[in-house]
Design a protein around this ligand. Structure first.
Ligand SMILES: [Zn+2]
Ligand SMILES: [Zn+2]
Length: 400
């Protein structure tokens, strides 16, 4: 009798495996990384954006893992994320830190997600094409919470009562890193390679623990690309795994963005395998890089000898989007700085007109508005603007 009690007490405190801290650490690392891969490879890149297909057996393994470790339903995740892309950083975005506050995203990201999932309209409009077989209808969707319950029992059996702490970390992993950090900080802080219409940013060039999702601005620029890294110093762990799976014939990549920024046609390559930049993103990125930034640098150099209030990096960045996201005070400051510099004011006006034109669907060189804009740029007498106008026309012709 006492032996039995002692055995049960030992099992409760140490679990079946009697793991030490090292084993627990490795277990947590492997389990959380598998969950991250399930989210970024399966839910995000494959189901939401259709940039990669997986072997049916692997697809099902992802579905099972998602059920076991996250309780997330594929259709709901896909719908919420597609809605985010369709309305990024607007009132309709289910999780914009600029609308809801960064604190809300970091600490209540899961609640925002759950609230968005309650909208039947959202699920119908954005959740198409996700699994709808027997197991989805009878197990994964109606019993989504059973997965984490099973996982809790497994952790308890393996590690004893300490397994509950391990389980809690597993349960917090995706809500914190995906719903909080990527959805929140990924639209709040970081560097931008592309002038997308939203405020997406690359957090850092590499972050193994979020599997490539840290390159969020690249992803918003090329949503249908299976690969998120674009520059030489950026590393996408998810893409590395996709390549390995493709080598094993378990993955079929459907689209990849051309990563060579110096390639003369990196934005214009067309074909089933290439994700391309939207004309608006390409035009606004090039305009900022090749027209606005050189003009600001010239201005700074010119004023170098005389005392002149220089523009903070934040306000300089704001020239990329016309100060759209600045506070009223900052916008007044920026406008005053621009108004004192006629050449820059002209360039800002051209930028505003170009942005409005590029918002229109099917904009091409044949459109009166763009032709008029290019003509005005060519006679502006500003060298960088003239060069840009010529490349814009050439690019638009090439992509028609
Ligand atoms: Zn985003
Ligand atoms: Zn996405």
């Amino acid at each position: 009798m006492w032996t039995m009690v002692a055995l049960l007490l030992d099992l409760a405190s140490n679990g079946i495996v009697r793991a030490g801290p090292g084993t627990i650490f490795v277990y947590l690392l492997v389990m959380t990384q598998l969950t991250i891969f399930t989210v970024t490879l399966y839910l995000h890149r494959s189901q939401t954006h259709r940039s990669v297909d997986f072997h049916p057996a692997l697809t099902h393994a992802f579905r099972f893992w998602s059920w076991l470790t996250t309780a997330m339903v594929t259709r709901e995740w896909v719908a919420v994320h597609r809605m985010h892309h369709a309305h990024s950083d607007t009132e309709q975005d289910p999780h914009s830190p600029h609308v809801l506050g960064i604190g809300t995203l970091l600490f209540k990201g899961t609640e925002l997600y759950a609230e968005a999932c309650r909208s039947k309209e959202l699920l119908t409009k954005y959740g198409r094409g996700t699994p709808d077989d027997w197991i989805e209808r009878h197990v994964y969707t109606p019993h989504c919470n059973c997965g984490p319950t099973v996982l809790a029992i497994v952790d308890l059996a393996l590690f004893g009562v300490g397994g509950m702490a391990i389980w809690a970390i597993q349960m917090m992993w995706i809500p914190f890193w995906a719903a909080g950090v990527v959805n929140g900080i990924g639209h709040w802080w970081g560097y931008r390679n592309f002038e997308t219409a939203d405020r997406s940013a690359n957090l850092i060039p590499w972050a193994m623990w979020v599997g490539g999702e840290e390159l969020h601005n690249n992803h918003h620029a090329f949503p249908s690309s299976a690969k998120f890294s674009m520059r030489r110093f950026e590393f996408d762990l998810g893409w590395l795994v996709i390549q390995m799976l493709a080598g094993l014939k378990l993955a079929h990549v459907k689209r990849v963005a051309c990563a060579d920024r110096k390639h003369p046609e990196y934005h214009a390559i067309k074909g089933p395998q290439h994700a391309t930049l939207a004309p608006r993103v390409w035009a606004m990125t090039e305009y900022f890089r090749k027209v606005m930034l050189p003009a600001v640098r010239d201005e700074t150099r010119r004023c170098g000898a005389t005392p002149s209030p220089s523009l903070s990096l934040r306000l300089r960045r704001a020239l990329a989007d016309g100060g759209r996201w600045l506070t009223a005070d900052d916008r007044v400051h920026l406008n005053a700085w621009i108004d004192a510099r006629p050449c820059l004011r002209t360039l800002c006006e051209f930028r505003t007109q170009l942005a409005a034109l590029m918002e229109q669907r099917d904009v091409d060189v044949g459109s009166d508005g763009l032709s008029r804009w290019a003509h005005a740029a060519e006679v502006s007498g500003i060298g960088s603007l003239q060069t840009f106008a010529a490349s814009l026309l050439a690019n638009t012709i090439a992509t028609r």
